[in-house]
Every structure is written in C-alpha cells, then in structure tokens.
Design a protein around this ligand. Structure first.
Ligand SMILES: Nc1ncnc2c1ncn2[C@@H]1O[C@H](COP(=O)(O)OP(=O)(O)O)[C@@H](O)[C@H]1O
Ligand SMILES: [Mg+2]
Length: 481
C-alpha cells in the first residue's frame, strides 16, 4: 500500500515537471546537469518575454523595466526547482486533452488502489460550492468541493489585489503584471512540491486556463485549511495552543534542514499560516528564501525587528544561521509569547518559560528548541506534570457506569464546549482535582472523546438530578452534596 502511494506520488512529480522537461529536451544542447537545465530554461523564458514590436516610447521603457522584474523574479524562483511554466507547455487544447486523460487515469488509479488522485483543470472545472476564504497582497483563495464532498483550496492571483492594482497603475499592462504576480504563485507551487512536511500545505495539483482576457492563468489546488484567528486562539485551551507552537517548531526545524538549504520565511505574520484539524501549516511560501545574507564582517549581519536587533557572526562570507534565527525570533514574537505559557499546567511553566526566554534571546537553534518542546509534550502526554500534585481530596465520589447527565451545565474557561464546562484531563484523579476547584461542580461525566495528546474530555456538572443511562459513559457524583 505504502509502495503504491510512493509510486503515485512519483507519478505526479513526473507529470508536474513533464512540461518543463518536454521543453528542455527539445533544446539541442540539452545537458544532464541541473544547472545547465535551469540556465537553458531561463534563456527560453527570457526569450518569450521580449517585446514583439520595437517602437521606442516611454511606455516601452516602463514595460522593459517590468519585464526585467519578471526575469529577476523568475531567476529567483528557478532556484527552487523546475516548475510548470507558460513557455514549457503544449498548446492549450492538447493540454486539456492531457488533463482529461490524466483525470481518467487518476480515477482508474483511485478505483484500483484507493489512493488520492492528482488534480488538474478537470477538477477546477467541476468544482462546486466555491466560496471565498481569504486574500493577501497577491493571491485570492477560494474553498471548493470536488465530487460534491472533498474540499480543497483554489489559489490564484487576485486581479483586484494590491499587487495587481499597483502594478497595472504603474505599468498599464495587465498581461505583464499578471505574469509578474503569477511567478510568486508558481514559486510557491514549486516549493510545496519540493518541501514535503506535515506542516506545509500539500499541493494536490494545478491548472492553466485562460480567464479575464489573460492567457494561461494559473490556479493551484491545495489542501484546505482555516485562516488563523489570533484573537480566537487566545481563547482556546492551552493544549490546542501548545499544539500550534509545537507544529510551528517542527516546521521550522524542517526548514533549517530542508533539501534546499536553510530556508527562511520573510513574511511570518500569522495570516501566512492556516489550521488543518488543529495543526498549523504554512500556506504562503512566495516570500520564502534560502539566501543567506553575504557579509565581510559581523557589522553586516544585523537582524532587525521592530523591538529588538541582533548582530550575528559573519563566517565564510555569510551571516551564520541568519535564516534559522529570523524564523525563530518570529516564532517567538508572533506565536510563543502569546500562546505558550498562558494557563499552562503549573508543573510545565518553568520549562515553557525557559523556551520562551531562550527563543526571545536567540540562545538556542531550532534543534534545541524543538527538543525542549517535545520534552514538554512528553511530560504532558504521560501525566508526569501531575506527579507532584500530592494534594489529597477529602470528598468522595460515587462512580456510576453507563450513565450521563444531559443537563446541569455551567460555563468555565477555557472550555472545549461553549455552553458547558468541558476540559481535558489525564485521569480521573485530575478530573476530581478540577471539580474540587470549581464551586459549582457536583459531578462530572467522562465520554469516549479524547484530545490530540490522548487526554480525555470531561464534562463538569452542577448536579446529577437529570442522570440517565448512557452506554459507554462514566459519571462521578460528589457524595454528600
Ligand atoms: N489552503 C488554504 N486554506 C484556507 N485559507 C487559506 C489557504 N491558503 C491561504 N488561505 C487564506 O488566504 C489568505 C491569502 O493567501 P496567501 O497565500 O497568504 O496570499 P498572499 O501571498 O496574497 O498573502 C491567507 O492569509 C489565508 O488566510
Ligand atoms: Mg499571505
């Protein structure tokens, strides 16, 4: 089963780069070296950008400058690997036929092996229930249902977005401005393909189609998430906030050791991330960079943030670990300070404070920071954070098997349920401790729901008069209340 998945994934990679390779193979002096391939691809792309008429006007000077920018951006994007690009693909009609054929092959593959299909224009055309989810400077993102159920994100250049509007206002060419903006999306797709990690959104496929009078507009089809709402996150239970910090750190650890080198996210604001089933995933990769700042002395290695500056060491002509450190400090200032320590289990506080302080001072690298966060997870998951909790509870509780209490709710914070007090606990002993600490609590019900760490969700109650039988549930009632 695993091998089949690998084969399908490899097949997709192949088709992803097929257009590019097709083009490269048609170049007479094709070389097998990656660098050679990229240079040739670059020359082709540049040739395709030359103006077709030679009239020398100021309009042309502006256009020339715009096209230089497109070339510079392409050069940068090419560092991240070959990608499907305009000049590298067969004519539209043939591509559509290829898409159709591929869709049929995918369906067959799915029927035979039950694996996830790779998606293309046929999926975009058949998408239903399309709804806007978010936009930034460059792109607009829509959610859509495929086959009436499977939800994906469709990402494309936002024609009404800041990037396009500014560019068209300045240069007056919607077509060229589109190409400038679309290189960002194409770079992002190449990165999503090259970087494989659970905390990087998956690219399911892509589609080139004509729209809004512009030929070959590109749409990326990716995993769907929900935009990050920091205010909402501050109100979620600690365990969920810890999960976000841990997934962010796992991502940063991977980026430090990525197959492309140490990669930094230049735009690190929370809106560049989304949540997928409680896991944080990065979605905006167009500002990612592997460039390590060149230097001749440490005075060239200033890492600047609004409230703090750091001077890094210059060695071998590059600022040491600047990409890793930029990511770490951003994780500290945008995420850790808000999400990590606040309302954490008391026994974990010293360790969490140490993590926050060490990232805030850039004392550790990603390896060490991740190791400390994984240790915190271990302590939490294994219930060790309760070890020192020797407090003896005087009150006794009656245990009632296969019973629940439908009503008699009260609110607490931060609850997993908005109209009741639902909290996660390691064991019954911890649940008793919680009930003892709430004046309203007279009983609690354990169901079979658990959180991502395996902690059990418990619903705390003001009484037990409405107790009814409920298979599989366990109710504890305070005696003498
Ligand atoms: N896969 C996705 N699922 C849900 N929302 C997304 C997804 N990708 C992006 N978004 C939302 O769309 C916004 C714009 O996407 P982004 O890639 O950041 O574009 P830009 O480069 O213009 O900033 C994001 O801030 C995020 O809220
Ligand atoms: Mg963004």
């Amino acid at each position: 089963m695993k091998r089949r998945k690998v084969v399908v994934a490899a097949g997709f990679c192949l088709s992803f780069f097929l257009g590019t390779l097709f083009n490269l193979l048609s170049v007479p002096a094709f070389e097998h070296q990656q660098l050679g391939k990229q240079q040739q691809q670059q020359q082709q792309l540049e040739a395709s950008l030359e103006p077709t008429t030679a009239a020398a006007t100021s309009g042309h000077a502006l256009l020339r400058s715009l096209r230089q920018q497109i070339r510079a951006r392409l050069r940068e994007a090419l560092r991240y690997g070959p990608f499907p690009e305009r000049g590298a693909r067969p004519p539209l009609e043939r591509r559509r036929l290829m898409d159709l054929q591929r869709a049929q092959e995918e369906e067959r593959e799915e029927r035979e092996h039950g694996s996830a299909p790779r998606l293309g224009c046929s999926s975009v055309d058949a998408a239903s229930d399309v709804r806007f989810v978010g936009s930034g400077y460059t792109k607009a993102v829509y959610r859509a249902a495929l086959n009436g159920s499977f939800a994906v994100a469709l990402k494309s250049v936002d024609f009404g977005g800041h990037d396009m509007e500014e560019c068209v206002r300045k240069y007056g060419s919607a077509g060229d401005c589109y190409r400038l903006a679309s290189v960002k999306l194409v770079k992002e797709m190449a990165l999503m393909e090259r970087l494989q990690h659970p905390n990087i959104l998956k690219l399911y496929g892509y589609c080139y189609q004509d729209s809004n009078d512009i030929k070959d507009t590109v749409t990326a089809i990716t995993e769907l998430g929900s935009p990050l709402e920091m205010i909402q996150l501050l109100q979620t239970p600690w365990e969920e906030r810890f999960r976000i910090c841990l997934s962010l750190m796992r991502l940063l650890h991977y980026l430090t050791h990525s197959p492309l080198g140490s990669l930094t996210l230049l735009d690190f604001r929370p809106r560049q991330f989304v949540l997928v089933d409680g896991e944080l995933k990065v979605t905006d990769l167009d500002d990612a960079s592997v460039e390590e700042t060149p230097c001749s002395s440490s005075s060239d290695c200033l890492l600047e943030f609004p409230a703090r500056n750091f001077t890094l060491q210059c060695s071998n002509g590059h600022c040491q670990g600047i990409n890793e450190k930029r990511n770490l400090y951003n994780a500290y200032r945008f995420f850790f300070t808000y999400l990590l320590p606040h309302s954490a289990p008391t026994a974990l506080r010293p360790l969490l404070d140490k993590i926050v302080n060490s990232t805030g001072e850039l004392l550790w690298g990603t390896d060490e920071t991740l190791a400390h966060l994984e240790k915190a997870l271990d302590i939490y998951r294994s219930g060790q954070y309760l070890m020192n909790d020797t407090q003896m509870h005087k009150t006794e509780y009656k245990r009632v098997v296969d019973a629940s209490i439908p009503g008699e709710n009260y609110r607490c914070w931060p609850s997993y349920q908005h109209d009741g007090c639902m909290l996660s606990v390691y064991d019954v002993r911890e649940a008793i401790g919680v009930c003892e600490s709430h004046v309203q609590c007279r009983a609690f019900v354990l169901g079979n729901q658990s959180t991502w760490t395996g902690h059990q969700l418990v619903l705390f109650k003001t009484g037990s008069t409405s107790m009814t039988s409920a298979k599989g549930k366990l109710t504890y009632v305070k005696l003498g209340s």
